[in-house]
Write a protein that binds this ligand. Structure first.
Ligand code: USQ
Length: 381
């Protein structure tokens, strides 16, 4: 399949590009280096240097003989979108091209507007481009479990059957996010659902939980192909942050009571979920929604796991509770369904002590690059 990956430079975009290419798909990536620019502006460098996309594509070709096509450009600009879609004529589109961080979206007005503008304009342009240049192409959109929030009832896979005064209807499951970033993902879903109904688009919306991990099968031979690894408060996700904090001897930053529960997954499973979605195309005119995670943990459970893994390699890991900088429930009911991707054949990679030890050992090799000043500066809302 010809697959176009939007946001192909990101934490998940680049590993997805290599994975789909290795699995025999024809792959092109687009990116405007937004994530790199925002990290530079906010002075939060990833743990190690990552080559630019031209270099990554060259390395991949040299190592495997496989070609990944590359377009550098801003997908909020229609001219860029038109050029890319005309040149590549995708059959599948993986849409990661969004400002991905909740804390960044809550930083200030400028960051908020950038998040709304980037995320919603890109999604709108993708919709219009599919209609104009490749009707029938399958859009695989990265959404987030955070769209649902933490309601006091079971979370279904995308939809809720409602019976009201004796009549029945199926609606999108109610959404109530906890950050502006997560709210733009709700708006994306609404846009896609509107155009599925209106123009008969073919869409899969992947409601993904926080991802952890560094290594994928395609990076084992060459560390220069590894993804970004942010550990700062703005762009780092919780488990990746805890691993770096453990190595730095920085007490793990558990926000509030630490009972916040989320559905987590290994980066390897993200790639498999995206590939399985592409290879099992939904009907034209349908919005298919999967909840994309493999197991749920509270923040405290994650901290305890990191402490346990740290012990294995002689690290004495401390845990601190700090005043929660976010508005979120710190103890709550959480029972989301997640059967759709398992039914497509997903074989989960679970969070074991061994997985954490590998991450800790890798981070230890880059210990001199850890800047403790970047770990916590209290972006709050
Ligand atoms: N947390 C801590 N300490 C930290 C960092 C986070 O206790 O040092 C807590 C947060 O308060 C939250 C939980 O850990 O309760 C997860 O936080 P996170 O920063 O790992 O994840 P989040 O902001 O929700 O966003 C991340 C990705 C985003 C993705 C989302 C999936 O950045 O792109 O959409 O995970 S989900 O959380 O399911 O919405």
């Amino acid at each position: 399949m010809r697959v176009l990956i939007l946001g192909g430079d990101g934490y998940l975009g680049w590993p997805t590009a290599m994975h789909l290419c290795a699995e025999g798909h024809e792959v092109a990536v687009v990116d405007n280096y937004l994530r790199r620019r925002l990290c530079r502006e906010e002075d939060v460098d990833p743990l190690y240097e990552v080559p630019n996309l031209h270099e990554r594509v060259r390395l991949w070709k040299a190592n495997t003989g496989h070609e990944i096509r590359l377009f550098i450009g801003d997908l909020t600009e229609w001219d860029v979108v038109e050029t890319v879609f005309r040149a590549f004529e995708p059959e599948g589109i993986v849409h990661y091209a969004e400002q991905p961080a909740a804390p960044y979206s809550m930083l200030n007005r400028r960051a908020a507007v950038l998040t709304i503008r980037n995320n919603l304009l890109t999604t709108a342009n993708v919709i219009f481009a599919v209609r104009e240049f490749c009707p029938g192409a399958h859009i695989v959109k990265l959404g987030t479990m955070g769209e649902y929030g933490t309601p006091n009832i079971d979370i279904e896979e995308g939809w809720l059957d409602v019976e009201h005064k004796g009549r029945k209807e199926r609606f999108l499951y109610p959404r109530q996010a906890g950050s502006l970033y997560h709210t733009t993902k709700i708006m994306d879903t609404d846009l896609l659902w509107f155009y599925v109904r209106t123009w008969g688009l073919r869409v899969t919306d992947l409601m993904q939980g926080p991802v952890y991990g560094i290594f994928t099968r395609e990076t084992l031979e060459d560390e220069r192909l590894l993804p970004f690894f942010n550990y700062d408060e703005l762009f780092g996700t919780v488990l990746n942050r805890f691993v770096v904090q453990a190595v730095a001897g920085y007490p793990l930053t558990v926000y509030g009571k630490g009972g916040q529960t989320r559905g987590y997954l290994n980066i390897i499973d993200t790639l498999n979920c995206v590939r399985l979605s592409l290879e099992n195309t939904p009907e034209v005119g349908s919005l298919r929604i999967f909840n994309q995670f493999t197991e749920t943990f509270t923040v405290m459970e994650l901290a305890e796991k990191v402490r346990e893994a740290g012990k294995e390699i002689g690290l004495d890991v401390a845990i601190q509770h700090i005043d929660n900088p976010r508005k979120e429930l710190e103890e709550h009911y959480y029972n989301p369904t997640h059967t759709g991707l398992l039914e497509l054949g997903l074989e989960p990679h679970f969070l074991t002590v061994d997985v954490l030890v590998l991450m800790l050992e890798f981070v230890k090799r880059h210990e001199e690059r850890i800047d403790e000043g970047k770990i916590f500066r209290r972006v709050s809302w």
